[in-house]
Structure formats: structure tokens, C-alpha cells
Design a protein around this ligand. Structure first.
Ligand SMILES: Cc1cc2nc3c(=O)[nH]c(=O)nc-3n(C[C@H](O)[C@H](O)[C@H](O)COP(=O)(O)O)c2cc1C
Length: 216
């Protein structure tokens, strides 16, 4: 069982990374072979529309042919049994690195062929479990400010191309160690501290359990 966990936050030791690392631990507790990747450590672009992956001669090869740092990472993902992507919410959406990564991953496995039932044919012929982990400043009550519809569209594509896609939402994250140096009257530092102490450990536990589930 090969599991790839990708942190699509620029911060390598913050909320999203901590949750991703719990997924790694959960999957390893099941004996899975897990690789953890910080996407922001690599130099890559989104889909360059070269269409090499959509050539007829590559119909059985779910690969991205664009040569940059992401090529090898995508190859591993397209051979894996489970892929987990952790991303902060930036202006109601996933980060630009998460978007660039998903464009390349999805298009490499996708085709413009429609089957007899009207479904788009995926080059992935086995079940690959996927999951998205979202971290965000807003509380669960304020979550309508974030673009759930937009997030659902990407998850829909992941489901069509790979199979089941689950999501984990971590609300009300603590963004700064100390809030006082920053221009802020939106977030109460004391409430953020409380959320870090009480809510976040529960999210970490849910991430660990997601890691166990996805590697079953
Ligand atoms: C550029 C930028 C835009 C953001 N936009 C949103 C937003 O629209 N909604 C939200 O809830 N949080 C937003 N946040 C907060 C982050 O999503 C949140 O702090 C997240 O947990 C950060 O993840 P990290 O700790 O792994 O870096 C934004 C943060 C940044 C830096």
C-alpha cells in the first residue's frame, strides 16, 4: 500500500503540515509505505496545455510529460494507492500550488473520451483513494464565507478520475504564534489560543484516523 501525503502550504511546520504529518503517522500505523512531500519545496507550474498526456499513443499511460520538478512527484502519485493533499484556504480556495498540482495530476489521468454511459473515461483503472484536508482561519459558523462550491468542484473531478475522495476541514486555526505585531482586530488572540488547545488536537486525531482509513 503506497500512500503519498502532500503539504500544499508554504509553511512547513504550521497547521496544514501538522495535520498532514498525522495522516502519515496514521497510515504508517497500518504498515503503509508513506511518502510526505512539501510541494512548496519544488519549482513547478500548473498544466502547460502541451496535451502529450492526451495523445492516443499515451492512452494507457497516466503520466504528465512536462519536465519540471513535479514530473517525478506526479509519476509516484499516479502509481500510488492513496493520495492526500493538505491545503490552507486562501481567499476561499485552495492555494495556488495545490491548484497547479491538481491541474497536472488530474489532466495526466483524464481523457476527452466519453463512455457509453456518458461518463468521462479515466486512465486510472483501479481504485485510488484520495482526500483533501483544508485548514482555515474562519470558525465553522463562518465557513459559508469560504467557497465550498468551488472546493466541491475539484473534489468531484478527483472522484471521477480516481474514486472516493474524502475531506477534512480544520476551522479556526491559529495563524501566528503572537498576534500583537500584526494588523488585526478580526481574530481574538485568546480565542485562537483556546482553539489551538481544544479544537486543533481533535483535528489532529481526525487526521490520524483519516490516515488509517485511507491505508486500509
Ligand atoms: C493569502 C492568505 C489568504 C487567506 N485567505 C483565507 C480565507 O479566505 N479564509 C480563511 O478561512 N482563511 C484564510 N487564510 C488563513 C489560512 O487559511 C489559515 O491560517 C491556514 O490554517 C494557514 O495554514 P498554515 O498554518 O498551514 O500555513 C488566508 C491566509 C493567507 C496567507
Amino acid at each position: 500500500m503506497k500512500v503519498i501525503v502532500l503539504n500544499a502550504s508554504p509553511r512547513k511546520r504550521a497547521n496544514t503540515a501538522e495535520l498532514c504529518k498525522c495522516v502519515v503517522e496514521g497510515a504508517r500505523s497500518n504498515g503503509a509505505d508513506v511518502e510526505y512531500i512539501n510541494l512548496y519545496s519544488y519549482d513547478f507550474k500548473g498544466c502547460m496545455s502541451c496535451f502529450a498526456c492526451h495523445l492516443k499513443k499515451n492512452k494507457d499511460n497516466p503520466l504528465c510529460y512536462w519536465r519540471d520538478d513535479l514530473k517525478e512527484i506526479l509519476k509516484k502519485c499516479l502509481e500510488a494507492d492513496a493520495i492526500v493533499i493538505g491545503t490552507p484556504i486562501y481567499y476561499g480556495s485552495i492555494t495556488s500550488y495545490a491548484q497547479a498540482f491538481l491541474e497536472r495530476l488530474l489532466f495526466a489521468a483524464d481523457t476527452y473520451i466519453i463512455d457509453d454511459e456518458g461518463n468521462r473515461v479515466s486512465k486510472i483503472k483501479r481504485e485510488v483513494k484520495t482526500a483533501m484536508i483544508y485548514t482555515m482561519n474562519v470558525t465553522e459558523e463562518m465557513s459559508h464565507f469560504n467557497g465550498e462550491d468551488q472546493l466541491a468542484i475539484m473534489r468531484g473531478y478527483l472522484t471521477n478520475i480516481f474514486g472516493e475522495c474524502e475531506s477534512l476541514y480544520a476551522y479556526d486555526t491559529k495563524q501566528f504564534k503572537h498576534y500583537s505585531p500584526y494588523l488585526n482586530n478580526m481574530f481574538d488572540p485568546q480565542l485562537k489560543e483556546k482553539s489551538k488547545e481544544i479544537r486543533f488536537p481533535k483535528d489532529l486525531k481526525r487526521a490520524y484516523e483519516l490516515g488509517q482509513r485511507i491505508s486500509e
